[in-house]
Design a protein around this ligand. Sequence first.
Ligand code: ATP
Length: 307
Amino acid sequence: MTERATTEWVRVRASGKINLALRVGPRRDDGYHPLATVFQAVSVFDDVEVRPAPAGTFGVSVTGAQAELVPTDGRNLVVKAARLLAERYRRPDAGAEIAIRKSIPVTGGMAGGSADCAAALLALTVLWDLDVTPAELAELGALLGADVPFSLMGQTAYGQGRGDDLVPVLSRGSYHWVLAFADFELSTPAVFARFDELNPSPSRILGVPRGMLEALASGDATALAGVLVNDLQDAALTLRPELARTMDAGLEAGALASLLSGSGPTIAFLAPSEEAAIDLSCELGKAGVCRTVRRVSGPVHGARLVT
Ligand code: ATP
């Protein structure tokens, strides 16, 4: 008889995302808006570490940036992930202590909660030694949040439906971004509600701009800058007009383009090179138009085992 080694702890790292294109269609009867989007995973990461715990116990601790804004009870997506996984794979004996170290801004439009959820799904699959395929994990993830399947996948992907019907996109090279994190939150439902007010009778969803996939395939940052689009941007700007100042400051400091990330309030600036991104981040920092400035690159991997 072979003894199975007891796993002490498992750590997974997952990235935040920006939407290079976010097209939003008319609100459906079930409340959802159909989306057409191109995601890019960027190099801002949360770490999720899991350890064994008594059956049915799911404790959470959160450290790092804005930890105080993240719930540590059953509302946290990692707890929902753990419960769902234990139920689906019939593991009433399973439990876990889950430690989250945050760098992805909370309620920042960068899918930080989804990243933690994806990381927890992967980490617990290993900790509990479950026989789960990547496709099954993505399916479970979609039940927990529309961005979770992309958080598992990473890189660059085209998403439809709620954003969870994904195909990978060829992207050459690396893009240099400067992120401006706001000192306030913007709730995703509030931004969609304002979008509905501003677009009372949209007839159909617009597609991802012509040229975006070509720009990504060729690695041409200037061409990509010309086609970045976010249909939620006007809604976010009317809710928080000060975001326009942040955008102007980045463009004046040499960004090729500015873009609201998801439902905001994070603003992403595309820089023409790594050196330009360094200059841009210094200038933006001095301008005092945001809480923190962070230089990232993309695309990067999705949820990955660290240990
Ligand atoms: P989205 O654009 O997907 O709505 P977001 O990136 O704007 O997400 P998140 O950081 O994912 O925002 O947080 C959204 C909400 O989810 C917050 O109100 C937060 O309290 C809650 N939440 C639950 N679990 C987590 C988690 N592990 N990390 C961050 N927020 C979480």
